[in-house]
Write a new protein. Structure first.
Length: 172
């Protein structure tokens, strides 16, 4: 089994004329949300073997707050900056076989589209409720957790992931 965590960056400073989008830092509320999500991951006993993180300021700051609560390897990737679902899925499928749990820290709309494509049709009521929340909105610092019954990341396919969790900062 492979477990995929899709984490959208936390709330960042609004775009203004003086700061490039890539360089926007987290707001205080974003730092608090990312810290709360990191604590949630630790308290839930989630293990993350590898984090693939967009190299933007807001995603790296979000990932660093997660790393304060979890032990994990991290790789910063420029090609995940504002990546679409196709690029995110390619990064997932390229993950090493030895990695059993992978986190992508990135941006919308790519993460939301990726979660929607990879998640299977809900089987039970709780899973259906998670799907409905995911379809409603994938807000900043939201986390989708998908489980795949595969031995290799390259075998992850559209519509085959069980949406095990969808957690938003307001849920914590």
């Amino acid at each position: 089994m492979k477990r995929l965590f899709l984490l959208r960056h936390a709330k960042a400073q609004p775009a203004d004329g003086g700061t490039e989008d890539f360089d926007r830092p987290l707001m205080l509320a974003g730092m608090q949300d990312a810290g709360a999500m990191a604590r949630y991951l630790r308290k839930s006993d989630y293990k993350v073997d590898l984090i693939l993180c967009s190299s933007s300021v807001r995603t790296t700051q979000t990932a660093e707050l997660v790393l304060q609560q979890l032990e994990s390897e991290i790789e910063y990737r420029e090609n995940l900056y504002l990546a679409d679902a196709t690029r995110i899925v390619a990064a997932v499928r390229g993950a090493p076989v030895a990695v059993s749990s992978l986190m992508i820290v990135g941006h919308n709309p790519g993460l939301e589209a990726c979660a929607g494509q990879l998640a299977r049709e809900p089987v039970r009521r709780k899973e259906r409720a998670r799907h409905e929340a995911l379809e409603e909105k994938f807000p900043t610092c939201a986390l989708a957790v998908l489980d795949f019954d595969v031995g290799r990341w390259r075998d992850v396919a559209q519509g085959t992931g069980k949406l095990a969790e969808f957690v938003r900062p307001r849920d914590l």
